[in-house]
Design a protein. Structure first.
Length: 357
């Protein structure tokens, strides 16, 4: 039996059933969304609020003005990158749930570089801070890859535990020698060390362009390079991929390194482009929402772009729920969770274990 034939029956990634044509899949996704809206609307009604008013407030908060659209795109920026951080390893059947920690490590590296090399010209220091965030995120994620290779450690547990360590490291930086001592954050990075705004009057900065560029690069990597083929082949069947001559060690390190680089960039963008300091709650669970972004996009780097915008719209619009209907902003998280659960229930997203060889 050829290696190609060996790879075919062993699906170990998140995928759409092969018999389901794109139009039917899109229709099922729409039905899932409608069901999620109805179920969440029922919950809103039970809580004593008007569901129609709540959803109007959500849409208005996300898309009601140019500034609000800009906020949605600003939130979509880290979600695109954390979505990529989940999708790339998932494609190789490596479960990275450490996007949150990798984001924070990137943010820590970025702010420390920006506060240390203050003598450099502002544009150079901004670029250096972003690059340091990318490299730090990649190195942090590769710890899980190395432990998987050396001692067969479960990468889910390792990446999850690394999240807690990264958050503690960020807290130390915020309260340690770099603290502002006025509010709970680090000192502001030097003036001019920032990512330029690309949509005047909004918060959209060059980070959005970088996120889109990384999504395109990830698509090219996964679809048009031997490395991408090796990652996807490993996801189909690691034994067959090894027989075909692919290095599982190399693939594991590259997949985690690429994932961490994406999440680290997200952290650097939040520091250099948004807050200009390291602040508590820098990430609004972007690392975890990124997993949902990747699932909805079925691990496709290009589809991660609209998926991230969709989740960003719900997140940003949810901040308007208290003012418009008197319910908690966390209702937006309920909508996201119910939607993903229904997509799984309707097999728009399907998790399959590899079949026995």
């Amino acid at each position: 039996m050829s290696v190609t034939n060996e790879l075919q029956p062993h699906v170990a990634t998140i995928e759409t059933p092969r018999k389901q044509v794109p139009l039917r899949s899109a229709a099922t996704s729409f039905v899932s969304l409608v069901a999620a809206v109805l179920l969440t609307g029922l919950l809103i009604w039970v809580l004593g609020a008007n569901p129609v008013q709540a959803y109007q407030g959500l849409l208005s908060g996300a898309l009601g003005s140019g500034y609000n659209v800009g906020l949605t795109l600003t939130v979509a920026t880290p979600l695109m990158l954390t979505g990529l951080a989940a999708a790339i390893p998932f494609s190789a059947r490596l479960w990275n749930v450490g996007g949150e920690g990798q984001l924070y490590v990137g943010a820590v590296a970025s702010v420390l570089v920006a506060l240390t090399f203050v003598h450099l010209p502002a544009p150079v220091l901004a670029a250096l801070a972003v690059i340091s965030g990318i490299l730090a995120g990649a190195a942090w994620a590769m710890i899980a890859g190395l432990l998987r290779i050396l001692v067969d450690a479960n990468e889910v547990i390792v990446t999850l535990m690394l999240n807690f360590i990264a958050l503690d490291a960020a807290d130390y930086v915020i309260t340690g020698p770099w603290a502002q001592n006025v509010s709970p954050q680090t000192r502001n990075i030097p003036k001019g060390v920032t990512l330029p705004t690309i949509w005047p009057g909004t918060t959209v900065n060059l980070g959005l362009v970088l996120a889109l560029l990384f999504a395109v690069l990830a698509f090219v990597l996964m679809r048009n390079t031997p490395l991408g083929l090796s990652i996807r082949a490993t996801g189909f069947n690691s034994k067959a991929a090894r027989l075909a001559g692919f290095s599982i060690t190399r693939i594991t390190l590259v997949a985690f390194g690429a994932a961490g680089a994406c999440a680290g960039l997200a952290g650097a963008i939040e520091v250099v482009g948004v807050y200009h300091a390291l602040v508590p709650d820098l990430s609004a669970n972007y690392g975890y929402i990124g997993i949902a972004v990747a699932l909805l996009a079925r691990l496709s780097p290009l589809w991660i772009i609209p998926s991230a915008i969709f989740f960003a719209a719900i997140t940003v619009g949810g901040n308007n729920l208290t003012a418009t209907s008197g319910i908690s902003t966390s209702t937006s998280l309920i909508i996201e969770a119910v939607f993903i659960i229904l997509l799984l229930a309707f097999h728009v997203i399907r998790l399959q274990r590899p079949r026995a060889s």
